[in-house]
Write a protein that binds this ligand. Structure first.
Ligand code: G4P
Length: 528
């Protein structure tokens, strides 16, 4: 294999999704530890110490001690080159997480064993399903009292609607956590807590090992034998094809904090997932190993470096090889250009990259020309990737500038922040930009908007929260929204591109609209 192909085939690009506090950050730290990318666990994000290793870009982030932005971490392990999206853990920042999932080839779903499937996991999971990408589950915190393992699987199957295949099986939990049984090797890995060090003392036993009973205890042994029988008899069969289509999730049990089960998980994860997948453009499918370069922008982040007021556009390379200073074509801008200062984030450090391959993520300096979903490709081979969907905001506010003389700054600021994808802006039908309706996925983005308008655009705003909770795009192109028969608490609005939408306060009013307007089609996602 040529080195170009080799480079691409060793890439794995995935996101870790979870409800806040399930252990995503801890698991990410442990994975990085195996890659040798960082020496000490605990340096990805220290919540308590307010130490933000990768994204330390905004006051709000510092004040609240949370990571507002997602970043990409790259490390090498066993001949693989791994790109992990470190997505914001806080509930308020899920639209960025949604978009990040559009750039990943697979997802790791971390679930707290004592809680099962939680709210935010469901939302993020839906996006993964939309893309049919493999989802690998890590049930964490087995060193704490966990729910019954069969119930946890049932929860995943019922709530998320995906089949499960436990790759390993826990023996007890909490104080009684004895280890896991690996169904493939038919060996037991006994639990040894090691306070997070890389080297875990490995104690493996076969089922017929005379020391088994001493290691896990008589009752656990009995239970384990019964459970293995049940799993082998009644559980789903392992089917790699179904895993790769996102219909079956392999499930691992472990404890990220004590570093138990993390390395076996990583090793098997790499086997279960594929190198970068082909990507759909408007009229073809782009294979990662194609000789031309192509990428799309999935995230724009302002003020990564406060001193320079810069904006960085993050793009996912879909095919070919990127080389520093190479000439590219920006499809939406219809312009040839050179990407300056391409950056990659290696654990804690951002560094300039000389080359990157399909599957990698690079951040490039953006003088304000890129939008989310834009395509960048070799000038000799023009393609255009399908846009990234606009995810439905869940909170809305009416926003206007305090000082009417600041109109220009207000429009510029809100439009730019919307272009970065931090907020979505809407207007009442036939209204001007004096007053806009801002929609966000997480309420903290309202604070971000206020802060940034004040600090970057010198514009104070008045914000009035609106009672709407649901937004739907009107799919029917030819429909005049003014003719719609709607409940009194439904609002007709449009986005900046002129698409028509409806705001609702309840599911009841959504149904009312559908029942009273034959043929009306509403969508939960918009297109860029
Ligand atoms: P998140 O990124 O998904 O939000 O979760 P994070 O890794 O920050 O973990 C949330 C809390 O759960 C942390 O405790 C962390 O130490 C703990 N935790 C993670 N994995 C395990 C595990 O396998 N077992 C146990 N027992 N705990 C685990 P914290 O007290 O909230 O914060 P910290 O001060 O330890 O950082």
């Amino acid at each position: 294999m040529s080195s170009f192909k080799e480079e691409i085939s060793k890439r794995r690009t995935f996101a870790i999704i979870s409800h806040p506090d399930a252990g995503k950050t801890t698991l990410t730290e442990k994975l990085l530890l195996y890659g040798g990318a960082i020496n000490l666990a605990g340096s990805v994000k220290g919540k308590r110490t307010a130490k933000h290793a990768v994204s330390d870009w905004m006051e709000i982030e510092k004040q609240r001690g949370i990571s507002v932005t997602s970043s990409v971490l790259q490390f090498k392990y066993n001949g693989y080159c791994i790109n992990i999206f470190d997505t914001p853990g806080h509930e308020d920042f899920s639209e960025d997480t949604y978009r990040t999932l559009m750039a990943a080839d697979s997802a790791v779903m971390v679930i707290d064993g004592s809680k099962g499937v939680e709210k935010q996991t469901i939302k993020l999971f839906k996006v993964c399903v939309m893309r049919n990408i493999p989802i690998i589950t890590f049930i964490n915190k087995m060193d704490r009292d966990a729910k019954n393992s069969f119930d946890l699987l049932e929860d995943i199957e019922n709530v998320l609607g995906i089949h499960t295949y436990p790759v390993n099986w826990p023996i007890g939990s909490g104080k009684e956590f004895k280890g896991v049984y690996d169904r493939n090797s038919k060996k037991i890995l006994a639990f040894t807590a090691n306070n997070g060090q890389k080297e875990v003392e490995k104690k493996e036993l076969t089922l017929d090992d005379p020391a088994l009973e001493d290691t896990i205890g008589y009752y656990h042994k009995q239970d384990l034998f019964d459970e293995i029988e049940l799993l082998d008899g009644a559980g789903d069969e392992f089917d790699l094809e179904a895993v790769r289509n996102g219909q079956l999730t392999p499930v691992f049990f472990g404890s990220a904090l004590t570093n138990f089960g993390v390395e076996p998980f990583l090793e098997q994860f790499l086997q279960l997932t594929t190198p970068p997948l082909p990507r759909e453009t408007v009229d073809e499918k782009v294979e990662p190993m194609s000789d031309f370069f192509s990428a799309f922008v999935f995230k724009i982040q302002a003020n990564m470096n406060k001193a320079h007021r810069d904006r960085v556009a993050f793009m996912r390379i879909c095919s070919g090889k990127f080389e520093k200073n190479m000439e590219v074509f920006h499809v939406q801008g219809n312009k040839k250009m050179r990407l300056s200062q391409p950056q990659q984030i290696m654990a804690q450090e951002r560094e300039i990259v000389d080359e990157a391959y399909a599957g990698d993520i690079i951040g490039v300096f953006d003088p304000g020309i890129f939008s989310i979903g834009d395509t960048i490709c070799s000038p000799g081979h023009k393609v255009q990737f399908r846009g990234i969907p606009t995810f439905a905001p869940e909170h809305f506010a009416l926003v206007r500038q305090k000082d009417t003389m600041k109109r220009k700054q207000f429009i510029k600021g809100t439009s730019q922040i919307a272009q970065e994808g931090a907020i979505q802006i809407f207007q009442e039908l036939d209204a001007g930009m004096e007053e806009v309706i801002v929609g966000v996925v997480g309420v903290l983005q309202f604070d971000v908007l206020k802060y940034r308008l004040q600090n970057e655009y010198n514009c104070d705003i008045i914000m009035e929260t609106l009672p709407y909770e649901f937004i739907r795009w009107i799919v029917n192109d030819d429909l005049d929204p003014k003719t719609l028969d709607l409940a009194s608490d439904t609002k007709k609005i449009q986005d900046l591109k002129g698409n028509h939408l409806l705001l609702f306060t309840s599911y009841w009013s959504i149904n009312w609209a559908l029942e009273h307007n034959k043929g009306l089609e509403l969508a939960e996602f918009g297109t860029n």
